[in-house]
Design a protein around this ligand. Structure first.
Ligand code: PLP
Length: 374
């Protein structure tokens, strides 16, 4: 036990020395420029009303699901919700997972096998990397959004080939060139899988995502959508055809060996979709994104992004952390993203924009950023 305690203290001390020690923060009174609640659904009074009205239709609901979907935890409600989600995103089928992390672990641990090749963008999310680590396929990494680099990897790939990208990258906020990637996937007979965590609810008609917006639904083998970001709730789904759904039900361990989310979670997701489908929530957000970009000084290293995720590069853990603290002292909840979460030398401030940020809040944030970062 002593050696384990020593291991823990040494690792924590190392993090402290590198200015990279993570700690939990309870809710703050600062103006939210940090959460993934891009459309403001998580705290929306309108969404709560929809949820409460829907709930009245199910007076006999259970608090818990009672087990895995394959045992006592399934319900007609969950299956109908999956079909509604699939229809909304123009997919044949969908399968619910308890989180985006679980969905990525579930699909990438099950689908690629020994002798296959999985090719991922270098900036792919940690949940995909963890999923890929659980299979025996060969993994190649291509340079971020670089089609030549992707094609080089495709040329040496063996077995069944999978290309995995995010439609909006979570740490940079930029888009993948999905049309080009889809043509390469077709040329090399690769299955293209797109994580739409940060595009769902934000891009495309009523937030149907970028794959839908670009008319690529039939060329993308599977999509991962998550409900904990723009939809303001929790959970995720894999969109794909009926065979993929059955395959995941049979082989995806993060689907099989876990208790299903409760009826209340599923109802929250259904309510969020009803709210999403009700009106255009996207234009207001895109107006805020433009406003932010127009008001940041040109001397600041702002990455190119039209998404709700805006990145200011501030290399060095100390530099990024100190700048974040100053912005927080000015009243804005902006967080630094430090290495090892991003590569050393690319530490940054990650600013998330929301429909609940007023134009004035955004102007004031820009004034602070322009003063603090020089
Ligand atoms: C691109 C991407 N995929 C998946 C996930 C995981 O989703 P969840 O938070 O629902 O587990 C995240 C969350 O940070 C993400 O950014």
């Amino acid at each position: 036990m002593k050696s384990t305690q020593k291991f823990i203290s040494e690792n924590l001390a190392h993090r402290s020395e590198n200015n990279s020690l993570r700690s939990l923060k309870a809710e703050s009174n600062l103006i939210d420029f940090c959460s993934n609640d891009y459309l403001g659904f998580a705290k929306s009074g309108d969404l709560k009303i929809i949820f409460e009205q829907e709930l009245k239709k199910y007076p006999k609901y259970s608090m818990g699901s009672g087990g895995s979907r394959l045992l006592a935890g399934n319900s007609l409600f969950a299956e109908e919700l999956e079909q509604e989600i699939a229809n909304f995103h123009q997919s044949e089928a969908s399968l619910l997972f308890n989180s985006g992390y679980d969905a990525n672990i579930g699909i990438f641990s099950a689908l690629p096998q020994r002798g296959d090749t999985i090719i991922t963008d270098e900036y792919i999310h940690a949940s995909i990397i963890d999923g890929v680590r659980l299979n025996h396929a060969t993994r190649y990494v291509f340079k971020h959004n670089d089609m030549e680099s992707l094609e080089q990897k495709l040329k040496i790939a063996k077995g069944r080939i999978f290309i995995v990208v995010e439609s909006i990258y979570s740490m940079d906020g930029d888009k993948a060139p999905l049309k080009e990637i889809a043509s390469l996937a077709q040329k090399f007979d690769a299955a293209l899988i797109v994580d739409e965590a940060h595009a769902t609810g934000i891009f495309g008609e009523f937030g149907k995502g970028i794959v839908h917006k670009l008319g690529l639904c039939d060329q993308v083998f599977a999509r991962i959508i998550t409900f904990g970001k723009a939809l303001g709730t929790h959970g995720a789904a894999v969109l794909g055809n009926n065979d993929l759904r059955s395959f995941l039900i049979n082989f995806s361990r993060s689907f099989i060996y876990t208790t299903s989310a409760s009826f209340l979670s599923h109802l929250a997701i259904k309510s969020a979709y009803l709210h999403l489908d009700e009106k255009d929530h996207q234009s207001a957000l895109h107006e805020r994104i433009r406003h932010f970009r127009q008001n940041i000084d040109s001397t600041i290293k702002l990455l190119d992004s039209q998404s709700a995720i805006q990145i200011i590069l501030l290399p060095g853990n100390r530099e990024a952390r100190e700048a974040a603290l100053k912005i927080q002292e000015a009243g804005f909840d902006v967080r630094a993203i430090l290495s090892p979460s991003v590569a050393q030398g690319t530490e940054r401030l990650r600013i998330c924009l929301h429909n609940h940020n007023s134009m004035e809040d955004i102007s004031n944030l820009c004034i602070s950023l322009n003063q603090i970062i020089r």
